[in-house]
Design a binder for this molecule. Sequence first.
Ligand SMILES: [Zn+2]
Ligand SMILES: [Zn+2]
Length: 205
Amino acid sequence: MRCYCCSSKSFDECCGPFIKGDKHPSSAEQLMRSRFSAYATAHYQYILETYTKEKQQGLSVEDLAQSAQGATWFALKVHPTLAASSVDSLVGNLVSSTEDSSIDSTVHADAKVEAVTNAEPISKTNLKSISKPNNAIVEFTAYYFENKSMYQLHETSNFSVEDGKWRYHDGVLHDDCGKIKYGRNLPCVCGSNKKFKQCCATKSR
Ligand SMILES: [Zn+2]
Ligand SMILES: [Zn+2]
């Protein structure tokens, strides 16, 4: 089965291992996708745990379950924002380079940081703070059904790294959030290339 987050991978190769706790997302986008999949599968404990510590205070699994009640989350579209993708790939590259402790890879990582930031010669202390940005943004649209109507939630979210793990902090909703009408003969919003009426429209309850 294709993953709930509408990636081209299966759930077990995409968001499943994150929700089960077998793996940790290595980018803000992965975390965002897995949180969507957790909403789609009612894993509210995971939703709670992937908020920043500050936001977890005052939230409970029950609150999250209650606020999501009645909504069937069926599709996700991640918007390619320059900031999010470049920060993510930068983090990915540098984290994988610096994880290896050999001298070669340190030099390699140094070179990358210099190329990106055009900074003065970088000490190892500097590298540590530069190579792991603690914040990223991801813009997405999530689609859901409620009482047989279709809604979209269009948000730009802020993510931070806490204890080496990506966490969702908060987000800004765009003006086009709310109930939408979507043509039944149009290509489905999930990117399946099927008509909407033959695809996600059948999940409407
Ligand atoms: Zn996924
Ligand atoms: Zn679909």
